[in-house]
Design a binder for this molecule. Structure first.
Ligand code: FES
Ligand SMILES: [Fe+2]
Length: 342
């Protein structure tokens, strides 16, 4: 069972996943799918985010078709009203003196957390830490959000793709890939629980650098990549431009939506834009083009599963980060199995 990780693996219920962006959550109920289940989210008048399974306990209608009322929600089918904790407080068909069945409660996830302008949900008690991206709290960085991308694909395979550097000259030949820089230099991976970090430097084609067109710098430049991974599918890539100066941070937060679909929440943080909104938008557009290059391949995998058995693929020294990804996820799956609730 633990030889591979598919989106329907029960262990994934024991981790934090992005449900949506903060700005998506308003006083209008919003439906999102995570791990094959529908969830309803709304923001109460105090600003707190409320998340429950999108299923009314009465006749199992989608609550997201109802309306927020006060801090709670009213089902759109027979009007049962639930408070912000998910307890039913009114059954219109029974009048004001109704005895409310004690089982008339909404099912809440084990954890809801708002950070990085996103809502993270853990369906069951999480074993993994929440992602923490330092640039998000640093006022010298400007943040730009990519549109939320939704694709056929697997969050684990996409995490593998984002950690992988050997594909740059091939998949990204039209954006930043340098066809001359195919060799992956040696690098180290430092594991810490269900997270790891890897750093290395390489040559790349800096097509965004205005200094290239001005003849100040060569097209092929040096940059340092620092990857930070948090299980199961949160990734951060900090890019320090060693020739042109400045830093970029890219965050990827992947949602296993259902067995065949993944959502990609990605944001950029940059401190090298000299106050130009235009350059931020260009950077976002460029990153969308890069991710679409990845998705053109990733969406075509026949088998949407990440192998956790290291003998089922071939690994080289250029694959250290993606080997570590498999090790972390295998340990996570093992721990979830060992601590499963009856
Ligand atoms: S299904 Fe929600 S009130 Fe009946
Ligand atoms: Fe890529």
């Amino acid at each position: 069972m633990n030889a591979e990780l598919r989106h329907d693996h029960p262990a994934l219920r024991r981790a934090w996943h992005p449900l949506c962006r903060s700005s998506d959550v308003t006083a209008i109920p919003r439906r999102e799918v995570l791990l094959g289940e529908s969830w309803v989210a709304w923001r109460d008048p105090e600003g707190s985010v409320r998340v429950f399974r999108d299923e009314c306990p009465h006749r199992l209608a989608p609550l997201s078709l109802g309306q927020c009322e006060g801090s709670g929600i009213r089902c759109g089918y027979h009007g049962w009203r639930f408070d912000e904790l998910g307890n039913c407080v009114e059954i219109p068909a029974l009048g004001p003196d109704a005895t409310i069945p004690s089982k008339a409660t909404l099912r809440a996830p084990a954890g809801v957390h708002e950070s990085h302008a996103m809502i993270f949900v853990a369906p069951e008690i999480p074993l993994t830490p929440r992602p923490n991206l330092a640039a998000d709290a640093d006022p010298t960085f400007w943040r730009g959000d990519l549109p939320v991308l939704r694709s056929r694909g697997h969050a684990g395979l996409l995490a593998d793709n984002f950690l992988d550097v050997a594909h740059f000259p091939f998949v990204h030949a039209k954006t930043f890939g340098d066809s001359e820089a195919r060799e992956v230099p040696p690098y180290h991976v430092e594991r810490d629980g269900f997270t790891f970090r890897a750093t290395y430097e390489h040559d790349f084609a800096n097509r965004e650098d205005p200094g290239v067109a001005a003849g100040l710098r060569p097209l092929v430049q040096r940059r340092r990549l620092t990857y930070r991974y948090t299980a199961p599918f949160h990734l951060e890539l900090a890019i320090d431009f060693l020739d042109a100066g400045g830093s970029n941070v890219i965050g990827f937060f992947l949602t296993p939506e259902d067995d065949e679909t993944v959502r990609i929440y990605s944001s950029l943080w940059r401190n090298d834009l000299e106050g130009s909104h235009e350059r931020l938008q260009e950077a976002i557009d460029f990153e969308v083009a890069v991710v679409n290059e990845d998705l053109a391949l990733q969406s075509r995998y026949e088998r949407l599963a990440l192998p956790l058995d290291l003998t089922s693929e071939i690994h080289t020294r250029a694959d250290r980060t993606t080997i570590e990804l498999r090790r972390v996820l295998r340990d996570f799956v093992d721990q979830a199995g060992a601590t499963a609730l009856p």
